[in-house]
Design a protein around this ligand. Structure first.
Ligand code: SF4
Length: 284
């Protein structure tokens, strides 16, 4: 039996655009656009927040200055010239300053970071079926054991500008799946709070799931994976997210001209001499 591992982002990519899913996970095409500045900002902010709690666990509460130095170093060390800035009115400096602002505000709201964080970047694995053929893997940004309330908290940081509605959050799949893993470790009847930190809005959104909802979620996720595995056609699906798609330059929805240019005209003489070329050439 071949074990299958899916991440939330793999499932979301299929839902967002089946063609993007095919390019990334089936054809494994290495995109020309390696990384967007939004992804770079997200990685550096996540890394700084992870670093704070790792230090706190070792009994050192970093100063705001230390955090800014850590973030700035991380930004510089991992910044490469091929990072793409899609929004023309913004510069690298704007994104860097956003990162600093997120961290300063987070620091002011959460100092001295004493909420009993028990893990950061915690790897989780969930079996979706009884024989463990289909699995979900992922990482929890931060896990808190709230001893006072006898509950766990799964924290997730978001650096994007968009702010979802409570309804959307109440139907979010990612943290709900992660809570299944935590219940498997600490007990099915443990209360688990799902907490999203929308750093650009200085806003925390909280949600919870019942055991019944989690059971249904497992079932729906397994159905989605089976649908993906039986899919034969992967059409493009246009959305606002196309702007940031790393495959936009090869996507047929945005690349009509290039497709025509790629379709070479060759004379009848060559077609006769090399019949297999007919597959690649355009009829006159
Ligand atoms: S550009 Fe849009 S439609 Fe094309 S592959 Fe990417 S997400 Fe899909």
């Amino acid at each position: 039996m071949k074990k299958r591992f899916y991440s939330h982002s793999k499932l979301s990519t299929f839902e967002q655009c089946p063609l993007k899913f095919k390019y990334r996970y089936i054809d494994k095409i290495i995109p020309e656009i390696k990384k967007t500045i939004e992804a770079h900002l997200g990685t550096c902010v996540h890394s700084a927040l992870e670093w704070i709690y790792t230090k706190v666990k070792k009994n050192h509460i970093p100063s705001l200055d230390e955090i800014i130095v850590y973030f700035s170093k991380k930004w510089q060390e991992t910044y490469t010239p091929d990072i793409v800035i899609i929004k023309e009115d913004l510069t690298q400096k704007d994104y860097f300053n956003n990162g600093i602002n997120f961290l300063v505000t987070y620091y002011q709201n959460h100092y001295p970071f004493d909420d009993n964080t028990i893990d950061v970047e915690k790897k989780i694995k969930i079996k979706l079926d009884s024989n463990g053929e289909y699995n979900i893997i992922g990482f929890i940004d931060r896990l808190v054991q709230n001893l006072e309330k006898n509950e766990f908290e799964i924290h997730d940081y978001k650096t994007a500008n968009s702010l979802p509605t409570q309804e959307k959050i109440d139907n979010d799949r990612q943290l709900a799946l992660y809570s299944i893993a935590i219940k498997e470790i600490y007990g099915e009847n443990k209360e688990i709070k799902l907490i999203w930190h929308y750093l650009a809005h200085n806003k925390k959104i909280i949600s919870k799931r019942t055991n019944e909802q989690l059971k249904n979620l497992k079932k729906q996720t397994l159905e989605l994976i089976k649908k993906i595995e039986s899919t034969k056609k992967f059409p493009p699906k246009k959305s606002i997210l196309c702007k940031w798609c790393e495959y936009k330059n090869i996507c047929p929805l945005f690349n009509k001209k290039t497709k025509e240019e790629n379709s070479v005209k060759i004379s009848g003489e060559i077609k006769e001499k090399y019949p297999t070329t007919s597959k690649y050439i355009k009829d006159d």
